[in-house]
Structures are given as C-alpha cells and as structure tokens.
Design a protein around this ligand. Sequence first.
Ligand code: SF4
Ligand code: SF4
Length: 133
Amino acid sequence: MPSEDHAIVKDQVAPCGLRCGDCDLGNGNVAETALNLVTYIRSYDVAKWANQMPGGDDIDFHRLDHYLIWIGGAVRCPGCLRGGGNPECPIRLCSKERSMSSCSQCGELIQCNKFRWLGKTGEHLKHKLAEER
Ligand code: SF4
Ligand code: SF4
C-alpha cells in the first residue's frame, strides 16, 4: 500500500470511535515489522548459522521469508471507512443507514446494544463517545 494511503488510514476515525492509527494493522506496524524481520534475517545471515542453535535445524528459512513478505504486503487493513474490519459490523451498518459519521451523534447511544459484539472494548468505546457529546 502506498504511503499516502497509509496516511489516510491513520487519520480515519470509525463510527464506533476507534482510531485506525491506533491499531497495529491499520497503522502498518504489523506489515512493517514483518518486512523489517526479513531484512534482519537476511542481513545477519541467520539461515546459515541457525542450525547451531537448538531447534534452528527445523526452520525452513526460505518459507519463513516467503510468509513474512506476504504479511508485509497483504496484512494492511484499509481502515473501517474503506471496508476494513468486520464486513458485518452492526455499528458500521447502522451508523451508515442513519447517515452518521460517528455514533456520538446518535440519541440512542446509551441504550445501543450494537457494541456488544466488541465485549469490554465496546463498552469502553461507548463511554468515550458519550463523553464527547
Ligand atoms: S468495523 Fe465496526 S467495530 Fe470495526 S472500526 Fe468499524 S465500526 Fe468500529
Ligand atoms: S443505534 Fe446509534 S449508537 Fe447504535 S450503532 Fe446505530 S448509530 Fe451507532
């Protein structure tokens, strides 16, 4: 994903109040960590001396390299507002139907049960949204 796209993801605030920039999938930390690991493993030639360490013989470095590069390219959430996250998220579907960019604008926020699927995080988000009003 080009860096300007990343900037857009980082600035996104979902209707539930989640900030995509705070999520390691949305802000690119997971992908960058995977690619950094590839660089370190290659530059320190880990595959050449790993067999001298316990368990090192069992590692297929060729496949590991392949998987990490895949993570670096594919595991980049586009952010909630561009279709990232749970496609069936009841919060996103409901707020969209009501044309609300944030659930903080909704008069039914306090009694809303659509945050339940997020467990304790959902309760926390609801309280924060209520405080914003
Ligand atoms: S998909 Fe739902 S829970 Fe996830 S960020 Fe979007 S509104 Fe929030
Ligand atoms: S009822 Fe209101 S608070 Fe609940 S998900 Fe829909 S828009 Fe958000």
